[in-house]
Design a protein around this ligand. Sequence first.
Ligand code: GUN
Ligand code: ZN
Length: 430
Amino acid sequence: MSKPSLLLGQTLAYASDPFHVPIALAARHERHGAVLVSDGHIVDVGTSDALRAKYPDATRVDYGDALITAGFVDAHAHYPQTGIIASWGKRLIDWLNSYTFPEEMRFDDPAYAAQIARLYFDLTLANGTTTVASYCTIHPESVEAFFVEAQRRGVRAVAGKTCMDRNAPDGLCDTPQTAYDQSKALLQRWHGVDRLSYAITPRFSPTSTPDQLSAMGALWAEHPDCLMQTHLSEQTDEVAWVADLFPTARDYLDTYESHGLLGPGGMYGHAIYLTERERARLKEVDAALIHCPTSNTFIGSGLFDMQGLKAAGQRVGLATDTGGGSSFSMLRTMAAAYEVGQLRGTPLHAAQLYWLATAGSAQALRMDDRIGNLSNGLEADLVVIDLASTPATAQRSARAGDFWQALFPTIMMGDDRAIKAVWVAGKPLP
Ligand code: GUN
Ligand code: ZN
């Protein structure tokens, strides 16, 4: 057993969901706080005075005025799109055909997949993201590369082979059977190994035949402990296309539901243009909706109804959606979620934004018993944030009247310069 570490700084933890409970009760901020970490886990959280007295022999790591929280959880990303992030001028379907599919074709090369997986983890960890749920490509090699790299770094990660058997280039199409067989083999190889989990991943209804959706549904029924990730109602053109492709479906969600792809471990990216029936069914099964705000603005998709969906009790996570999203940073993603809220007339509180990026996304991944908060027994994936990392945030936090006023400018203006340290499984990254 290695010697415990006592991290000192400001701390932020959540006792409950700040969308449902008043902020003052839901969020716990400690001006002089401490977190005791031992054997990869958080063992104690409290005030600096109390924990220094209680653990005199722990190795102290003093972060001064910086803020210690759970590491960020990115609930929806496409690591293979790292190389085409911020590509100009297209909306969803044209963007997929012009930029995304040509790039994803390259992942049949294991060396290229490994190179991008390395780059992707470098970028996300530098931004304080300690868990990601990523799509891979059609190629098993791309899943292999992602999990090998995640395992090497000891991070908790979720991923799956992105299945498609129509409306994509030949080189990116499998079949219902190969999608099933390859997904199953990868699942059996990686699910539950170290900190890794497999997510069954049909890309979205336009690129899967009903037979392929059924095959994915059958695989999920055989492995209900796996997550299932896909896209839902991102753009109006896409919703209309789905209605054409599935003329008997009641709505977009029904194209998943009728093939066994609606359930509690389902994670539905975007979910902007939902009907009342879809909302009711998603709530009923307690599926997760993933808000991807930088993507929804960048690709021109629309404004997610955070306030309405949270008020209805939906499970909601927050995500970059790299590379439809225009950033690797969950700070920037929180900022975009704030801006989208403003455009809908419902500004989100800093406590709600930060909750979404940590505990909320952990709930969406059904991993809130392991990650996403500062709480005894959780895994010690932590980020340390400098609330004065640039002249702009420094002058702003200096005049803040309370903690939230000090944090909010870094949410809005912060980037990887604000990430002072990252701990993964109880160890600081070099
Ligand atoms: N819908 C289907 N595939 C994708 C993708 O790669 N990115 C986004 N933003 N939407 C999608
Ligand atoms: Zn996506």
